[in-house]
Design a protein around this ligand. Sequence first.
Ligand code: HSE
Length: 318
Amino acid sequence: MRNSKPKKVTAFAPATVANVGCGFDVLGFAIHGMGDRVTATRSENAGVRINSIEGDEGRLPRDPEKNTAGLSALGLLKKMGLTNEIGIDLSIEKNMPLGSGLGSSAASSVAAVVAINCLLGSPFSKEELLPFSVEGEIAASGTAHADNVAAALFGGFILVKEHQPPDVISLKTPKKLHCTIIHPDIEIQTSSSRKILKKEVLLEKAVKQWGNVGSMIVGLYTNDYELIGKSIHDEIIEPVRSLLIPGFAEMKLAALEAGALGCSISGSGPSLFALSKSRKIAMDVGMQMGLALDKIDLKYSMHVSKLNTRGAYCEGLD
Ligand code: HSE
């Protein structure tokens, strides 16, 4: 626990890939070099305010009761019984596109609670901060899925054992793993891409899926990169959601032919992720996936990096 209480703290939280193919709502990992920043400043006026949001083109709600970061912040203050006693102004810097499938709302809500926690002298552990961010995610998508927020908070690979209350296990993250992200220039809201999913699953598909979740975890713990790749397989969610992503099949094929271990939809899409064993392969994979989108004239952005294993943190405090 930290004793000093600064007046202003900025926290960073990384972008994340949820589901990882086989683990709808239960698996996720954090990406290096992409994420949101939130600055929390003490104010004389009680309550939470969102003073500014950069990078959202004015599209996100400024009302803290309607904003994922604001709701998470309010939840934290309520838990401490400080809602009417402490004033906090939030400035949010969004560095990833909205509706991209890269955990944009999760990154902001995690950065907000991490910044406020530091501002208040770190009364909560990261584990204790998780439920506040999950509350924010309910506002964003209508459901309490913790895969993005847990990966953003803790970094590395995570497994969500339970969502309400959240019970999350941090998994091993093999060092050589590199992630390629291709973000086609379209937007998909998590809430709408959840609505199109079937509520019932064939037993034989469920059996395959839990086999792959298990083998993914074995692959992570034994540094078995090929097994990790083989486990990125999804016959339940991907066939439905991929219909919303132009060029999906071509991009996936291009990624695998270029040497990716595996490739699927990042979270609720439209971004795709591919995992590779080296930066060079991950770059080649991205180039080939991009070519597939060039053929259909769809603009995209690409990100290649290692995985983030640090998670969210307050800047300048260590
Ligand atoms: N697991 C969630 C989903 C993540 O796939 O809907 C949303 O980014």
